[in-house]
Ligand binder design. Structure first.
Ligand SMILES: NC(=O)c1ccc[n+]([C@@H]2O[C@H](COP(=O)([O-])OP(=O)(O)OC[C@H]3O[C@@H](n4cnc5c(N)ncnc54)[C@H](OP(=O)(O)O)[C@@H]3O)[C@@H](O)[C@H]2O)c1
Length: 296
């Protein structure tokens, strides 16, 4: 069987939103290439699903250029690590040289120019780099990933029925990773992608939560007594630093991130998921049910 040529590239392909985007594209039989940082059992699993896998590190310009060869549309998803502006510069330059039609770029809902978070500053710089590049871009700015709650709430809800989180007295929106994957996948195959060029889409879940409301919903779903325990931001950061995913760079971001929640930067509702995917955004409860073993 001759394999169809992939004209779509997914970066961050072994990560949350990369996986969710690939899932949707594979289900729709769209030929796709994935750039992975390392070749391992995860990249092998992708190959077994028919994905063309290329190895490439964002910090290696020539690897990125090779990954983009023959590609028309690409999803750029840089991890929560330092180095995003350089990666965006390499990606934009390699995309231009390969005649890429459009880049769908992951950013975050709380991008603003007064932030002292290195992650937010980097996202802002990367957005500018893509805006200045001749290759059209579509920016994706999601709210809090539901995935965060596997580590932020899962272990303590499971063991003690408690969710330790700063008292931010604010509402925030939580987005299901598959909704992000569906948005990115739909844009990547859109027949009218030019209508989205230069647009920025904030992605929200179906409702916003205070921490009290969130824990109440968790308790109802798990049918157990649950309690929200407000703690100082510094204690919360010390707690979450136990998670190996939380590198120093991300830990520095968390303080500013909690301040952004407090300022209401995640208190947003919109219909972008629905208009870009044709379905309503998935509820946080759907994510919890799908990952119930992490909470119970
Ligand atoms: N968490 C949130 O609430 C939230 C909200 C809004 C926006 N965001 C943004 O979402 C992005 C993260 O997305 P995600 O959660 O889908 O990603 P993720 O799950 O953290 O995965 C990151 C991916 O990037 C790959 N990667 C890491 N270093 C690389 C390198 N040097 N070169 C090439 N690939 C590399 C990883 O591969 P390995 O696994 O092999 O390292 C992995 O596939 C961040 O930019 C963050 O700011 C997050």
């Amino acid at each position: 069987m001759t394999k169809m040529k992939s004209e779509i590239l997914i970066t961050g392909a072994t990560g949350n939103t990369g996986q969710a985007t690939l899932k949707r594209l594979i289900e729709n039989n769209v030929p796709v290439r994935a750039m992975v940082r390392v070749l391992d059992e995860r990249s092998k699993a992708l190959e077994e699903k028919g994905v063309e896998v290329v190895q490439g590190d964002f910090s290696d310009y020539f690897a990125v250029k090779k990954a983009l060869r023959g590609i028309k549309r690409a999803y750029f998803c840089y991890p929560f690590k330092d180095g995003l502006p350089k990666a965006a510069t390499y990606f934009a330059k390699a995309a231009k040289e390969n005649g890429v039609e459009v880049i769908i770029a992951m950013s975050q809902m709380n991008v603003h120019d007064r932030s002292s978070s290195p992650a937010t500053q980097n996202h802002l710089a990367a957005e500018d780099i893509f805006n200045w590049s001749p290759v059209p871009v579509v920016h994706i700015r999601p709210g809090l990933f539901a995935w965060n709650y596997l580590s932020m709430a899962g272990p303590t809800i499971k063991q003690e029925g408690k969710f330790y989180f700063p008292n931010l007295d604010a509402k925030y929106t939580i987005v299901h990773p598959q909704d992000i994957g569906d948005v990115v996948a739909n844009l990547l195959v859109s027949d009218h992608i030019e209508l989205h060029y230069g647009k920025t889409y904030e992605l929200a879940g179906p409702r916003t939560y205070t921490s009290h409301e969130l824990v109440k919903e968790l308790g109802e779903l798990l049918e157990k007594e649950t309690e929200y325990v407000p703690i100082p931001v510094e204690h919360w950061i010390e707690n979450v630093k136990q998670d190996p995913y939380i590198n120093d760079f991300l830990a520095k971001h968390l303080k500013e991130f909690s301040n952004d929640i407090k300022q209401g930067l995640f208190d947003k509702n919109n219909d972008h998921v629905a208009t870009l995917t044709g379905h309503e955004p998935r509820a946080f409860s759907t994510f919890v049910k799908e990952n119930i073993q992490a909470f119970q």
